[in-house]
Design a protein around this ligand. Structure first.
Ligand code: HEM
Length: 492
């Protein structure tokens, strides 16, 4: 009996063992059947030469690559770039996750790490997300309407002072002039009057070295020991010293100014901790990097387009005439906010020429997207995910005649960017990391152009400018020569 029981027990064990084995085999078979099906949903891959092919395609220019691949592969595809896979998501149908995902799913930290030696330690991409969020809150607070109103007065004053130095007529490189004016304005509104009045030349030269230290190679090797990086690091140290001195002297004198520097000095983390001098310096550098070239480039494109489009030029001049009739020569926040025609002309220049042509994230979890044709793709974690304002802003299913300059496409009734839903117009990004300086940028560009339109007749002497695709912040290639003549009877 006992022997029979033990044989019975043995066969039971064997049966269980066989069942387990069979289950494992079936599970393996099922997973083998499922896996190829899931890998079939991976995005198509750009066809390149092995090893360096993807890098070469990318270095030739990402927009050239997108123009060639989008018609063949559609709105979602992957480029093998050395040991990385970059998946492009082009257009509003496939990019909501890019813009809305939490940092734990799609993060900026790794892909924008190359900014750390420029911005310095303890700020933005050198700190974890909770601290970064707080630092971006400092930006938000510093750029609220009540603060912007004060900056506008300074913007208007700088423009008046700058153009008062132009003669009655002459020829200038508009690109150089606008770059220079924007550095001056940024110095006053952002860096403060100590820099604007006493240290402008020194600080501009140091920022120039920081700028020149951010090269395409710096994105991959930010600490490569090359002269440009050495100069960048020295400039960063000197700026740190200059701002520490200014901050200390403001604190000692109990002085408070109306500028971004003061906002950052007064900012406090949730735990009550005050910002350090080093953090304040880093945040100011980040603000200048985010806002200076982007705004001056946009001012130049706006001018070039207006000077080549008599219809829109007379529309913006008429708008200024109406505003002068209504408000006299006063230009403040409210008057600038009424300049809707000028706003649309700037917005359209930015649609065609967004200075930040590629936005990146690093994916930490798998996600899926569905194209407008209804095809679903799975993007695995580990991919770099990219979208491109320069390419997506010209999609023909969103914008009518996408390559032509037509500010009226944003006018009430047409609203082409809204008709196609969120993330159709991404010059300022959008969603979770949308630009915090957009209102500041528009106010600054409007303050400059309303002054020029009211006071000068202008004519473009150079051919319509080309795009300088090689720059990190993509702008205008070469000079933009214009002939100006001061109006005998200015509009104001
Ligand atoms: C025409 C001018 C400007 C353009 C085209 C522009 C464009 C952009 C874009 C595309 C992004 C999103 C980046 C991404 O998603 O990876 C961004 C973010 C940002 N911009 Fe701007 N920007 C401009 C002016 C400014 C100015 C003047 C400031 C500050 C004074 C500023 C501060 C910021 C900040 C702090 C962020 C980061 C927001 C975040 O990650 O949460 N920008 N900008």
């Amino acid at each position: 009996m006992e022997a029979a029981e033990s044989t019975d027990g043995g066969s039971k064990v064997m049966n269980v063992g066989l069942l387990l084995l069979a289950t494992l085999v079936v599970a393996k078979l099922i997973s083998a059947l499922i896996m190829p099906r899931s890998s079939k949903r991976l995005p198509p891959v750009v066809n390149t030469w092995p090893v360096l092919g993807g890098l070469l395609r990318f270095l030739k220019g990402p927009i050239v690559m997108l123009r060639a691949e989008y018609p063949k592969l559609g709105s979602v595809f992957t480029l093998n770039l050395l040991n990385k896979k970059i998946t492009f998501l082009i257009g509003p149908e496939v990019s909501p996750h890019f813009f809305k995902a939490p940092e734990s799913d799609l993060s900026q930290q790794e892909v924008y790490q190359f900014n750390v030696p420029t911005f310095g330690p303890g700020v933005v991409f050198d700190v974890d997300y909770t601290i970064r969020q707080e630092q971006f809150r400092f930006f938000t607070e510093a750029l609220r309407v009540n603060k912007l109103k004060g900056y506008v007065d300074q913007m208007v004053m700088e423009a008046e002072e700058y153009f008062s130095k132009w003669g009655d007529s002459g020829e200038v490189d508009l690109k150089y002039e606008l770059e220079h004016l924007i550095i001056l304005t940024a110095s006053r509104c952002l860096l403060g009057e100590e820099v604007r009045n006493n240290l402008f030349e020194d600080v501009s030269a140091l920022f120039h070295d920081l700028d020149n230290g951010m090269l395409p190679i710096s994105v991959i090797f930010p600490y490569l020991p090359i002269p440009a990086h050495r100069r960048r690091d020295q400039a960063r140290k000197k700026l740190s010293h200059i701002f520490s001195t200014i901050i200390a002297s403001r604190k000692n004198a109990g002085v408070s100014q109306h500028d971004l520097l003061q906002c950052f000095i007064d900012s406090k983390y949730k735990d009550g901790r005050q910002t350090t001098e080093s953090e304040v310096t880093g945040l100011l550098i980040a603000a200048l990097f985010a806002g200076q070239h982007t705004s001056s480039i946009t001012s130049t494109w706006t001018g070039a387009y207006l000077l080549c489009n008599p219809k829109f030029m007379s529309a913006v001049v008429n708008e200024q005439t109406d505003l002068v009739q209504k408000h006299g020569d006063k230009v403040d926040y409210d008057v600038l906010s009424e300049m809707e025609v000028l706003y649309r002309c700037i917005k359209e220049s930015l649609r065609l020429h967004p200075p930040l042509i590629m936005l990146l994230r690093s994916s930490h979890s798998d996600f899926s997207v569905k194209t407008k044709e209804g095809v679903e793709y799975d993007i695995p974690k580990g991919h770099i995910v990219a979208t491109s304002p320069a390419f997506a802003n010209r999609l023909p299913h969103i914008y009518k005649e996408p390559d032509s300059y037509d500010p009226d496409r944003f006018a009430p009734g047409r609203d082409e960017d809204k008709a196609a839903g969120a993330f159709s117009y991404i010059s300022f990004g959008g969603g979770r990391h949308g630009c915090l300086g957009e209102p500041f940028a528009y106010l600054q560009i409007k303050a400059i152009w309303s002054h020029l339109l009211r006071n000068f007749e202008m004519e473009l002497l150079s051919p319509f400018p080309e795009t300088d695709w090689n720059a990190m912040v993509v702008g205008v290639k070469g000079s933009v020569m214009v002939r100006y003549k001061r109006k005998v009877l200015p509009l104001n």
